[in-house]
Ligand binder design. Structure first.
Ligand code: ATP
Length: 436
């Protein structure tokens, strides 16, 4: 089972400290969210799982972390200044503003229902523009990046030289991007500030189609390997009229959100568009000399571009479940252990001084390797439920017998089964159960 209603996840996330409306004490700032104690861990784990698969487990991809503030030339070369816009219409009746390309019915306002009430479409550039410099009005124009990808192109020559890679190889980056979305919506699905996980894979031009197929499959499987049921994700090739200005072929990984299948990630064939454009505007040489063939060429690029915050929403929705334990309904997040905010909860059966020192010893033992929650409030049943609801795969209970037998009880989130384990075997057992 998965969440059928976005509200189930939104309210769980607020109640348990995953995601809050930003600046809520001031009435909230529309379309911005803060990630609380659990959400920040979950988001970090999503990004780490991506880096693990895309960089750590391969020998052909390196990671960078480029600046968010960037000069206009970058966006002139990339085409974003000219093309990165959405067609915007206003309803003359209710004054709401919409993206023309996202309207189900381009004649009827989805907000007030009025027919033929829209203004002519205007192109609206989505980039946030600001000034860099101390004196208002005299600073240099700067933009908050609307995607992380350009950092990989502008650093291409330096990375090539310093990493000693050669095509096929990739440059990956995870970080914040900003788009002045006309209609931010669906909680953290579409926001003006969000995080992306993108990789530019540089290949000899003749191998572009092969690598495109490869990355489409790799990326689809990544979601399934991290716990999304196979029937809830699919690859959808773009129609020609949907393609971005740089793309000759794109497929989206789509997830079945409560409102229908929608995009998690785009895998695009970007050809040599970006490197050539930056070479032309900067005057720098952005190509590769192959010493084996003595040929110089501009690599083609395959780009898997995913949203970290949007993906986090998908993982939460897919993990949501309700079942019945001893006649009571429980809510459980069946998150993949790599994604769970906490891997283990340490729960002393009582707050008494006699148990606390041993419980803390157990916590320290585990916390050296894993993110651990320690909770001694309320009865043990309630504490198990709380851990189930935040997706903690294992709970370790320290009880009065532990003082004599030096053993603890491990409880499994999914099956609720409990086993007794000697404390000196605890780390090995936990590691076997989690799979890492
Ligand atoms: P959309 O059509 O939904 O506006 P896009 O096709 O413009 O998205 P890309 O430019 O391909 O998106 O960005 C790559 C990924 O970054 C998207 O698949 C999505 O996961 C994420 N992303 C893009 N815009 C946003 C946003 N406003 N909020 C959250 N995530 C976003």
């Amino acid at each position: 089972m998965a969440a059928t209603d976005l509200e189930q996840i939104v309210s769980l996330c607020k109640r348990r400290g995953f995601v809050y409306q930003s600046a809520e004490i001031y009435g909230g700032f529309r379309s911005t969210y803060d990630y609380g104690p659990l959400g920040s861990l979950l988001l970090r784990n999503v990004k780490e799982a991506w880096i693990r698969s895309m960089v750590q487990q391969r020998d052909d991809v390196v990671l960078i972390d480029a600046a968010i503030l960037s000069p206009p030339q970058v966006w002139q070369a990339s085409g974003h200044l000219a093309n990165f816009s959405d067609p915007l219409v206003d309803c003359t009746n209710c004054k709401n503003r919409f993206r023309l390309d996202k309207l189900d019915d381009p004649d009827t306002c989805p907000s007030c229902g009025e027919k033929n009430s829209f203004t002519e479409a205007r192109e609206f550039n989505l980039m946030f523009k600001t000034q860099a410099g101390p004196v208002e009005g005299t600073g240099a124009d700067a933009y908050l990046r609307p995607e992380t990808a350009q950092g990989m192109f502008t650093n291409f020559a330096q990375v090539l030289q310093t990493s000693r890679k050669k095509p096929p190889f990739g440059i990956a980056q995870v970080g914040k991007s900003f788009r002045n979305e006309i209609t931010p919506q669906n909680w953290i699905f579409r926001t003006r500030e969000f995080e992306q996980m993108e990789m530019e894979f540089f290949v000899p031009p003749e191998d572009s189609d092969k690598w495109y197929e490869y990355w489409c499959n790799e990326r689809l499987n990544w979601y399934i390997e991290h716990g999304i049921p196979a029937e809830m994700v699919m690859l959808r090739p773009h129609d020609d009229d949907e393609l971005s200005h740089y793309s000759t072929g794109t497929s989206d990984v789509e997830f079945e959100f409560p409102w229908g299948f929608d995009e998690l990630e785009g895998i695009a064939k970007r050809t040599d568009f970006d490197l050539k454009a930056h070479a032309a505007v900067s005057g720098e040489r952005l190509d590769y000399f192959d010493p084996q063939t003595n040929e110089r060429y501009v690599p083609y690029v395959i780009e898997p571009a995913a949203g970290a915050t949007r993906t986090m929403a998908a993982f939460l929705l897919a993990a949501y479940d309700e079942d019945e334990i001893n006649g009571e309904t429980r809510t459980v997040l069946r998150l993949h252990p790599r994604l769970s905010p906490y891997k283990v909860a340490v729960l002393p059966l009582s707050k008494k001084d006699t148990l606390t020192p041993l419980a803390h010893e157990v916590r320290k033992l585990l916390a050296d390797r894993y993110m651990v929650d320690y909770d001694e409030t309320q009865n043990i049943g309630k504490r198990y439920r709380r851990q189930d609801e935040i997706g903690t795969p294992l709970a370790v209970t320290v009880d009065f017998d532990s003082l004599d037998d030096n053993a603890v009880t491990i409880r499994d989130r999914d099956t609720t089964e409990q086993v007794r384990v000697p404390i000196d075997e605890l780390l090995t057992t936990v590691s076997e159960r989690l799979g890492f």
